[in-house]
Design a protein around this ligand. Structure first.
Ligand code: DGP
Length: 142
């Protein structure tokens, strides 16, 4: 198990700093996000220090996403939100501030709950041929 002594989430894993633990087992930890973007905002992390989606080992990813529906359903049952966003930020440009992989569970209480993820619709700028080329160019690296 990799532990980075400078990583705040590794310190939570080791118990060096406290957290409001939602769930814990030998491989993962879920705890309340300090910021509570909305009520019930929870983070799910691997105990192993893996920085981001690019570094995430496939079996770690599989385990986190195996647990994800359980965490989401527990939040849903408790707070009865109208929806839920699962978000993972990778890199500073994508608003990652803690460089230990984490999945945000953000329960949504209507459209005015203070959390506003938005996506531009740029579909007018791309033809279906453009999309085919984008897909092909990504696929060649898989
Ligand atoms: P991100 O921007 O995706 O890297 O999200 C990092 C989140 O981690 C942010 O929502 C606040 C939360 N966070 C940072 N430090 C702590 C901490 O010490 N304890 C807890 N519970 N959450 C933290």
């Amino acid at each position: 198990m990799t532990h980075d002594s400078n990583c705040i989430f590794c310190k939570i894993v080791s118990g060096d700093i406290p957290a409001a633990v939602v769930y814990e087992d030998d491989r993962c930890l879920a705890f309340a996000d300090l910021g509570q973007a909305t009520k019930g905002h929870t983070l799910l992390i691997p105990k192993d220090h893996q920085e981001n989606i690019y570094e995430l080992e496939e079996d770690t990813a599989a385990y986190l996403f195996k647990m994800a529906p359980r965490i989401a359903n527990a939040i849903k049952t408790e707070f009865e939100p109208e929806g839920m966003n699962l978000i993972n930020n990778n890199g500073k440009a994508a608003s990652q501030s803690v460089f230990h992989y984490h999945l945000h569970f953000i329960p949504r209480y209507g459209t005015n709950d203070g959390f506003q993820p938005s996506f531009e619709d740029n579909s007018a700028q791309y033809t279906s041929e453009d999309l085919q080329l984008i897909a092909k160019n990504i696929n060649k690296h898989l």
